[in-house]
Design a protein around this ligand. Structure first.
Ligand code: ATP
Ligand code: MG
Length: 382
């Protein structure tokens, strides 16, 4: 067990890392953040901020020297970086699990190997892979195997011709071609697993996206108890098969009432932000607990919750060229609303700047109130 005031290492300085720093500080730990960005949201509040590239040997040696254990908030940290650090300190989740989650092709291979349900798909490494792809995969989505996020690196393709054009635009990067599924809706399960294999699942969230970016998460999800239970079972099975230690997120599609795993994230997840305000223990505290070999906390929700993402776009509500601070006072006047801003300097379009969560005893009221607040702050439905 790693006891406070030990220093914990965090690879990545985004908002997920920032919430980890806050949770670790609450529990008496110090945190060292490694991130190349000098203004990273987590780095700015950490005890140590190492401003260096993910594969900077000196920085990694400093992390190994400073930290009692290391975790990540970012799946694109090179697996070699995790493997190197693990020679000196515990690294959770381990390099193998992160390597699966950071590559769509490896991820699909893992799901297939262990019989977890997922969309029909094919690995695309060359034009001939597209020519030989099963006709049933069209219309589909061509996704780059690595470094995609928030719907970036994806192209919707109606047929083989469009897929060939899209593949050309991706400059020959390895891709996965996925059948386009008629989604009923989307769910996610965030869980924590400790080193003894004990798992605590947070309640399943129902997620809606706008332009490929998560917009709203609703808890409890408006799915049957049976479907929610199945999603938790699958997520737990995935964590077990990966020997996962830490906080893991599994995204699902629901198609004609059936679950399909979309993807996994080897870290806390945007759709788990509601846990900060609505659960006994939140996803970041679980990450600290799992990392330090402490018992996991109670993952139960004490309230219904709706989480709404705040993108940079709302700063440009009145004028597309000049950013103006949104009306926070108006938002904070909503009862049972908790606002979280990430301390990012520049509100770019599509950039996640913060979120708010409305909690309450009555799920319908919470939804009405959150959606009214969302409109009020200037988020429009397409
Ligand atoms: P994020 O970083 O938000 O998780 P991402 O870039 O990893 O996004 P995906 O999760 O693969 O991308 O896809 C983003 C969204 O696009 C999904 O949440 C879903 O709404 C839609 N989508 C992706 N794949 C499919 C599919 N096969 N059929 C239908 N819709 C899909
Ligand atoms: Mg996704």
């Amino acid at each position: 067990m790693i006891a406070p005031p030990a220093t914990l290492g965090m690879l990545g300085g985004g908002q997920l890392g920032r919430f980890f720093v806050i949770a670790a500080h609450e529990m008496g730990y110090k945190v060292a953040v490694l991130d190349p960005d000098p203004h990273s949201p987590a780095g700015r509040i950490a005890d140590h901020h190492l401003i260096a590239a993910w594969d900077d040997a000196d920085a990694l040696d400093r992390m190994a020297g400073l930290c009692a254990a290391v975790t990540t908030e970012f799946e694109n940290v090179p697996a070699d970086t995790l493997a190197y650090l693990s020679k000196f300190v515990p690294v959770r989740p381990g390099a193998e699990a992160v390597a699966i989650c950071q590559n769509r092709s490896a991820e699909k291979g893992f799901l297939k190997q262990h019989g977890f349900p997922h969309a029909p798909c094919a690995d695309i490494r060359s034009e001939s892979d597209i020519r030989n792809a099963n006709a049933g995969l069209f219309p589909g989505i061509l996704k780059v195997a690595r470094f995609g996020y928030d719907g970036k690196g994806q192209s919707r393709v109606r047929d083989r011709e469009e897929a060939l054009t899209a593949f050309g635009q991706m400059k020959g990067e390895p891709c996965v071609l996925e059948q386009m599924l008629p989604l009923d809706y989307e769910l996610s399960v965030v869980l924590a697993r400790d080193e003894h294999g004990m798992v605590k699942c947070f309640p399943t969230a129902e997620n809606s996206h706008s332009n490929g970016i998560l917009d709203v998460s609703i808890v409890p999800a408006r799915a049957s108890g049976c479907l929610r239970g199945n999603a938790e079972e699958i997520a737990e099975g995935i964590a077990q098969k990966m020997g996962y230690v830490g906080t893991l997120a599994v995204e699902f599609f629901v198609v004609r009432g059936q679950l399909h795993v979309n993807e996994m994230a080897p870290r806390p997840h945007n759709s788990g932000h509601y846990t900060i305000d609505a659960c006994v223990t939140d996803q970041f505290e679980q990450q600290v607990r799992a990392l330090c070999g402490l018992p996991l906390g109670d993952a139960r929700a004490h309230s219904a919750a709706v989480m709404v993402n705040l993108l940079g776009d709302i700063w440009y509500r009145d004028d597309p060229h000049h950013a103006r601070e949104p009306d926070w006072a108006g938002l904070l006047a909503v009862p049972n609303l908790k606002l979280h801003l990430y301390g990012k300097h520049h509100p770019r379009h599509g950039r996640k700047m913060g979120h708010f969560t409305v909690i309450g005893a009555d799920a319908d009221e919470v939804q009405k109130s959150a959606l009214a607040a969302r409109r009020r702050i200037g988020i429009c439905d397409e």
